[in-house]
Design a protein around this ligand. Structure first.
Ligand code: WT7
Length: 644
């Protein structure tokens, strides 16, 4: 733990909406009187029918139920668009920066209204009704936000699938959501490279069925169009009305499903609902990022991840902000791209992932320093623990020592930020996410569930509900209860380890389950393993994470081949390619080690603890191997470890 402290700068203290004393007072109140606190905060959005009940939640393993503002009604698109029109019709809602630096577009709130209404009417024309699931498989173009908000407007439930996922992964998500309408583009464009989105949808629909595919034109590439199933968005949009009334939704009606990896099985559909999610994301967007009217706010995530949902689309637009959407990548056409965009659009608030910082850091200071960045006021980090070295560089080089960094810890499941400094209130420590947000009750427990006090290290749980929390695993409430509420009954288990220091600041140490975090993307080792064993030459596979300088964690696969199959460099490459093809490029294994045998207990359980140590190169710390069925296996693996 770095002991360095960056106190709140004086100018921040002076203009802080929340200073330290206010933070303490409000935080305490939010835990003691959640009903009173959240009833007040919920006034920040417009309700159609006001709620009379605030919080009705149970974390009891056998009866998990999470309901906020349940008798209120509202509409998310109305809150993100319509209610801003009287004051902000001509204000820019979305700045879209294309992959090509000469291409950008400003969309006002009035234009956003029309675009979303048209999109909603196109969906309606194709039979989409309240509660229906719509799969969105789009690149980072404004239509992704239009489509999400269009679903919200008519009460359909979107399931956004990241454009980097393979046809197989897409098919699994379409099937699980029982989604009959898919929205995609002809191709995506990132870093000058084309991604064949429509072709991927076609391949997915060879395996699962859907009634309708709506195709947005991005590159104009030639694509196959299946008559009666596939429709060009532009042609459809020209046929519909430019206005569409919003649907009245219950606070607990579903807003979206977002698939995320766990330690076992296939990805889970995290279900988020309407009222609580919007209250939580808009409040946290305002306070964590110190968002103020007139700011240009930029989160570099993809809308395929929860960060894009909560902090590109819903939180910022609910606050009437100008949110920037970037189609490209940090190193195209050059490694100055992020900072050139900051200068071009005078970005005030910039939110990115440690993996991007580390990659840019490796390219040196010059590409940063040739840009001005004087518009920047605040920096943010999300997705994985940020190493103090990267934090210092981000602070000193990118922010020129002037911009606080908010290290925001949260998850797909949490809907919004749960632990983060509030700039202006909380002193910063490189590598620490510091303090819980209002209404969030973190605890550190030991493996038996004993709550640890004071400075300590253990497992991170949250003792009570907050409005942005996911409500269930789509179609499998039992899995929801088992995954999150059974390890420590009565508490939400995050899957993360954490330390708390003597000041009460939290330090997230990383996943304690079989989830790995590769470049801020979450993957289950079981998913990669099942892709590997699906290959005809593989008999068994065990996958673990290992420290990687840029990605945070890399993917290390131990693979046992079928009898009679010879290991070769060619086969190694084939397996790497195979996994990319099965899941998507984010799952590309960094190291494949052929293993004649895997370390197993006498009952046949693979001892991952040992494999992790081998992958980390910690050969001296393999621990007790005496319970292994064949201890000789370990020696062999150590000897053959690539790069040794
Ligand atoms: C996991 C959640 C939250 C949106 C992006 C990832 C890790 C996330 C931090 C942080 C340390 C972090 C955790 C968490 N994580 N942010 N600031 N410090 N770790 O969402 O894909 O659901 O992944 O990402 O391990 O459990 P996700």
């Amino acid at each position: 733990m770095s002991q360095k402290i960056y106190p709140v700068p004086d100018d921040w203290k002076k203009r802080a909406r929340i200073d330290e004393a206010t933070y303490r007072r409000l935080y305490e109140r939010s835990l003691k009187d959640p009903d009173g606190f959240w009833a007040e905060q919920a006034q920040r959005i417009d309700w159609i029918t006001p709620f009379s009940k605030v919080k009705r939640t149970s974390f009891d393993t056998h009866n998990v139920s999470i309901r906020w503002f349940e008798d209120g009604t509202t509409n998310v698109a109305m809150n993100c668009i319509d209610r801003h029109l009287p004051e902000r019709a001509n204000k820019t809602a979305i700045i879209w920066e294309g992959d090509d630096p000469s291409v950008s577009r400003h969309i006002t709130y009035a234009e956003l209204h029309e675009e979303v209404c048209r999109f909603a009417n196109v969906l309606k024309r194709h039979g989409v009704k309240k509660g229906d699931r719509v799969t969105i498989y789009l690149p980072m173009i404004p239509e992704a936000a239009f489509a999400m908000l269009a679903c919200a407007r008519i009460g359909a439930v979107h399931s956004v699938v990241f454009g980097g996922f393979s046809p197989d992964s897409l098919a699994g998500r379409i099937a699980d959501a029982e989604s009959e309408v898919i929205v995609t583009a002809d191709e995506g464009l990132r870093g000058g490279k084309k991604i064949p989105l429509k072709a991927n949808v076609d391949a997915a629909l060879d395996k699962v069925s859907a009634k309708t595919v709506i195709v947005v034109t991005r590159t104009g590439a030639e694509i196959d169009m299946q008559p009666g199933r596939d429709f060009r968005y532009e042609e459809e949009a020209a046929r519909v009305h430019a206005d569409c009334p919003y649907a009245e939704m219950d606070a607990e009606d579903p807003l979206f499903i977002l698939y995320t990896s766990g330690s076992t099985g296939k990805p889970k559909g995290a279900l988020h609902t309407t009222g609580g999610y919007l209250v939580y994301t808009s409040l946290s967007h305002e306070l964590v990022f110190d968002y103020r009217e007139g700011d240009v706010y930029w989160c570099t995530a993809d809308v395929g991840w929860v960060t894009g949902h909560s902090y590109i689309v819903y939180g910022p637009l609910a606050n009437g902000a100008t949110t920037l959407m970037f189609e490209g990548v940090p190193n195209y056409p050059s490694v100055s791209r992020f900072w050139e965009i900051v200068d071009k659009h005078k970005v005030d608030i910039f939110y990115t992932a440690p993996t991007a910082i580390r990659a840019l850091m490796a390219a040196g200071e010059a590409p940063v320093k040739k840009t001005s960045r004087k518009s920047l006021r605040l920096l943010g980090s999300v997705g994985e623990p940020i190493n103090p070295e990267a934090w210092e560089w981000y602070h000193r080089v990118v922010g020129e020592g002037r911009c606080p960094i908010v290290d925001t810890w949260w998850q797909t499941e949490t809907g919004g930020v749960l632990i983060s400094p509030l700039p202006g209130a909380i002193d910063l420590k490189p590598g620490s996410a510091t303090r819980p947000f209002f209404g969030v009750a973190p605890e550190i427990v030991d493996p038996l569930g004993n709550v640890l006090q004071g400075a300590c290290e253990g497992l991170l749980v949250i003792a009570d509900s907050w409005p942005g929390q996911m409500r269930t695993v789509y179609g499998d409430h039992e899995r929801f209860a088992q995954t999150y509420f059974s390890a420590f009954p009565g508490k939400y288990f995050t899957g993360d380890g954490a330390k708390r220091d003597s000041d009460g600041d939290y330090w997230i140490t990383g996943r304690v389950d079989d989830v790995i975090n590769v470049s801020g993307h979450r993957l289950g080792t079981a998913e990669v393993e099942s892709a590997l064993v699906a290959h005809e030459k593989v008999s068994e596979a065990a996958v673990v994470g290992y420290p990687h300088d840029i990605k945070g964690q890399g993917i290390y696969a131990f693979v046992t081949l079928n009898q009679g199959v010879a290991a070769s460099e060619h086969l190694r490459k084939e397996l790497v390619h195979w996994v990319r093809h099965e899941i998507g490029p984010i799952a590309t294994p960094d190291i494949v080690q052929f293993a004649p045998g895997l370390p197993k207990t006498r009952s046949g359980k693979i001892m991952r603890r040992i494999l992790r140590k081998i992958a980390e190169g910690e050969f001296g710390a393999l621990g007790d191997t005496s319970t292994l069925a064949d201890p000789g296996v370990v020696e062999e693996l150590v000897k053959e470890r690539p790069g040794r």
